[in-house]
Design a protein. Structure first.
Lengths: 165, 238
């Protein structure tokens, strides 16, 4: 059991972290692992174990966000970009990364989910569709809308980035 | 759709390498000519690059301890539910026939009321126990029981009110005794509220009119105690 936890802890935590936010990520990730361990007996191998765990993670995170009604608490646009939380680990462009993280937190939870699965975790649309229980075409269109919304939120920051580079 | 709109709709597929070579070449050609679309494509590509390079957040070391604690709490809850499930399996044979007879009582009462309303029933017919007969009445029962059936049903109901009452009372008392264990985890104010509510529901059950009103009162007491002990109805727990 512990080996399974260590195998998936980073992926589960990273997924829920970016959907529910840093403050609630640990609680939701713990809930996911409880569901995983208590549901392993019923897991029938119809999908890969990793896909099943991702699906539990996304569902738990989206349910949590829905219950919390977090969207109402999050400011939009420039307010979000003004609040620049430090990224978890330094990267080559930490300031832009922080803005991207902040912009992500302003997206609807469903957009965050597809961005995390496809663009951050690098899953295919087929895998995303299996996890999100939707069609591949829906996964693609959601990703397109999510990126467009990100560009809308990050437009000035990206423009400034181009001028500097 | 203009050429720009078409290109912008295809940007995600292009950046993800999902366009065939002809479509991709056409899109690249448009980007060479259109400054606005090229800026848009640059921004999309930049977002994708940054997202892919975001470092994963590290799970806190305390997370595993939290998982183990939650699993332990869930197993304790399972133990309580299992105990409730065993209890329910034991009392159900006594309660279910009582509920069935209560339903039969309602049907019989309605049928007799219909007979009276239509003039088929003698005016001096004795009412069934304390069941209240509530119009409106179905226009015509599909099968009217014989006079002998009426006597049998009434006799059964008269004796079974007592049986059902005893079965519900025993079930409620047993469940309340089980709740005594769970109460140890509650705050004093929760215990006080629970005791007061149980006393009120028990009084209501004991003073309710026999038959269906009393059964409903016992069921309300049982339902409340179930919810207090495990937070869910027995039917959901099984």
């Amino acid at each position: 059991m512990e080996a399974l936890y260590h195998q998936y802890k980073r992926r589960v935590y990273a997924l829920v972290y970016r959907i529910v936010g840093a403050g609630d990520a640990e609680e939701v990730a713990q809930d996911v692992f409880v569901r995983v361990f208590r549901g392993l007996g019923a897991f029938r191998g119809e999908s890969q174990l990793g896909t099943w765990i991702y699906r539990l993670s996304v569902n738990a995170a989206l349910s949590y966000v829905a219950k919390r009604g977090r969207r109402a608490e999050i400011p939009d646009g420039a307010e979000v970009l003004d609040a620049l939380p430090a990224p978890p680990v330094a990267m080559s462009d930490p300031k832009l990364a922080a803005k991207v993280e902040a912009a992500m937190s302003a997206l609807p939870a469903g957009y965050r989910a597809i961005l995390v699965l496809h663009d951050i975790e690098g899953l295919s649309h087929e895998e995303c569709a299996a996890i999100l229980d939707c069609r591949v075409g829906t996964s693609k269109s959601q990703l397109h809308k999510a990126r467009a919304k990100m560009r809308e939120l990050l437009g000035p920051a990206l423009a400034g980035e181009r001028e500097r580079s | 759709m203009s050429a720009c709109e078409h290109v912008r709709a295809e940007l995600t597929a292009y950046l993800d390498g999902e366009l065939d070579e002809t479509s991709a070449s056409s899109l690249r050609g448009h980007l060479r000519l259109c400054v606005e679309c090229r800026a848009l494509a640059d921004q999309h590509a930049r977002i994708v690059d940054v997202l892919a390079a975001l470092p994963p957040p590290e799970p806190p070391p305390s997370m595993w301890d939290g998982v183990k604690a939650r699993l332990g709490a869930a197993e304790i809850e399972d133990a309580r539910r299992s105990r409730l499930g065993l209890w329910w399996q034991r009392v159900r044979p006594h309660l279910v026939p009582a509920m069935g007879l209560a339903a039969a009582a309602a049907v019989a009462a309605v049928w007799i009321a219909h007979r009276r309303a239509s003039g088929d029933e003698p005016a001096h017919e004795v009412a069934i126990g304390h069941h209240e007969v509530t119009p409106p009445v179905p226009p015509s029962p599909p099968v009217a029981p014989s006079a002998a059936d009426q006597i049998d049903v009434r006799d059964a109901l008269a004796s079974d009110d007592d049986h059902a009452d005893a079965a519900y009372r025993a079930a409620a008392e047993e469940l309340i005794a089980m709740a005594a264990d769970a109460k140890g985890d509650w705050t004093p104010s929760q215990q006080k509220a629970f005791d007061a509510r149980v006393a009120a529901l028990r009084t209501a059950a004991e003073h309710a009119a026999s038959g269906e009103p009393r059964e409903r009162a016992w069921q309300a007491l049982i339902d409340y105690v179930q919810r207090a002990v495990v937070g869910v109805r027995v039917a959901e727990a099984l």
